[in-house]
Design a protein around this ligand. Structure first.
Ligand code: FEO
Length: 174
């Protein structure tokens, strides 16, 4: 059993994960409209990942006998200035998510809620990898540019990365 305050925080995190999913689906849609199929696939894979993150917390709340209470998901941006803009917004967003998980871990320590603290470690580690991946993509976009052959190359690379990520709604709930 976890405290009501902790359950409320975890419900807020579910909402943030669904916002992340929605945000990445919006960038996938934008990419597809710009004929960037690899980028569209990568962002859609991110959508799937974020949905899985939300569901991981959903499952944890139920396993702890707490209530899942879903809130409205904010509208994400629908227009982006370019490829670099999308990935810089992605990095800034992931940094906010990292801060959110750090705050959650702090709260578990204050409550001596060790079970939730251990549960959240997976997310803390995941954030390191997510930020590193996006920083790497930003670096490569800056290197080759956002137009012509450079953009074509980045789009192909992202298609390759997307193939290694879950591509369907058939999400494995750990
Ligand atoms: Fe749910 Fe991108 O972290």
């Amino acid at each position: 059993m976890i405290s009501n305050a902790m359950a409320q925080r975890l419900n807020q995190q579910i909402n943030k994960e669904f916002y992340s999913a929605y945000f990445y689906m919006s960038m996938s849609a934008h990419s597809e409209s710009e004929n960037l199929a690899g980028m569209a696939a990568w962002f859609m894979a991110k959508y799937n990942e974020e949905t899985a993150h939300a569901m991981k917390i959903y499952r944890y709340l139920h396993d702890q006998g707490a209530r899942v209470e879903l809130e409205a998901v904010d509208k994400p941006p629908t227009r982006y200035a370019g490829v670099l803009d999308m990935f810089e917004k992605t990095l800034a967003h992931e940094q906010e998510v990292t801060a959110s998980f750090n705050d959650l871990v702090e709260a578990t320590l204050a409550e001596k809620d060790h079970a939730t603290s251990i549960f959240l470690h997976w997310f803390v580690t995941e954030q390191i990898e997510e930020e590193a991946t996006v920083s790497n993509i930003i670096g490569r976009v800056k290197l080759v540019g956002e137009r012509g052959e450079g953009l074509f190359m980045i789009d192909n690379e992202l298609a390759g990365l997307a193939k290694q990520m879950p591509q369907t709604m058939d999400i494995q709930v750990p």
